[in-house]
Design a protein around this ligand. Structure first.
Ligand code: BTN
Length: 253
């Protein structure tokens, strides 16, 4: 990859692996060995990729599977980092293709009604790891039927051939910008995210630690929590949970 302006902050060093169990784990190891903020791990495929809430993330060849080492000085608003990451992924996809990318809380990246990517942010000893998975040109036949029904690939949605490396370059640039915004307090993240919000006003089922809540999305709170309105009009803040059915490329372990 030839980094463009703005990309240099993320992607130095860029550790390329043909295969990794999970790039988040490799990035965590690098961080514990002292890797600087901006180090990125990229794998051609993952054998134990994981998604949010402990799910399996299927990661064959043809996707962008990468993890960034972050060492935030001070802290942006905790609930907004994953929204900022989702924005970066959506903008990166649009920078390299002619599709519109939407977002579903907390940070599913969606083309049409199908999930094309997701983000897994994990704490490490003294760093934060931001893992991005974007299905660039993985044929859906590689996914089991339950996943293939709800997933898509960028390749299927655009006439342009898209190279995962081009998505990476765009992602690192966009993420650098949104990360700075987050560090500076996050102004504009919720507003910008909300313009891509595909769930607002729509009926949702949400799984919170095994409990299923039903309601309608009433958008996002300033701190990144989802506002779930029940049938009586009462709004509940949801800080962490999973939309059902799993509109994603994950499966329960
Ligand atoms: C989700 O939507 O559940 C999040 C999926 C995150 C997948 C990426 S792929 C690169 C990084 N390594 C992992 O094991 N997971 C993340």
């Amino acid at each position: 990859m030839t980094p463009g302006p703005g990309a240099a902050r993320f992607g130095v060093p860029l550790v390329r692996l043909a295969v990794a169990e999970s790039t988040n784990d490799v990035a965590r190891l690098l961080a514990s060995a002292g890797a600087r903020e901006g180090a990125v791990v990229l794998a051609g495929r993952q054998t134990r990729g994981r998604g949010r809430l402990g799910r399996v993330w299927l990661s064959p060849e043809g996707g962008l599977w990468c993890s960034l080492v972050l060492r935030p000085v001070g802290q942006g608003p905790p609930g907004l980092l994953s929204l900022a990451a989702g924005l970066a992924a959506a903008e990166a996809i649009e920078a390299v293709s002619d599709v519109h990318a939407g977002l579903k809380w907390p940070n599913d990246v969606v083309l049409g009604e199908r999930k094309v990517g997701g983000i897994l942010i994990e704490g490490a000893a003294d760093a934060t790891i931001a893992g991005f998975g974007i299905n660039v040109r993985v044929p859906l036949e590689h996914f089991p039927p339950d996943v293939a029904e709800t997933a898509t690939s960028l390749h299927l949605m655009t006439d342009r051939p898209v190279d995962p490396e081009a998505v990476l370059e765009a992602l690192l640039k966009r993420f650098a910008g949104w990360y700075d915004t987050w560090l500076a307090g996050g102004a504009g993240i919720v507003e910008t995210w909300s313009r891509r919000d595909l769930t607002r006003g729509r009926p949702l089922l949400i799984n919170i630690s095994g409990e299923t809540l039903e309601g309608t999305s009433d958008g996002i709170e300033p701190d990144g929590a989802l506002r779930l309105k029940d049938a009586s009009g009462q709004v509940r803040r949801v800080v962490s949970g999973d939309l059902i059915p799993g509109q994603d490329m994950t499966r329960a372990r």
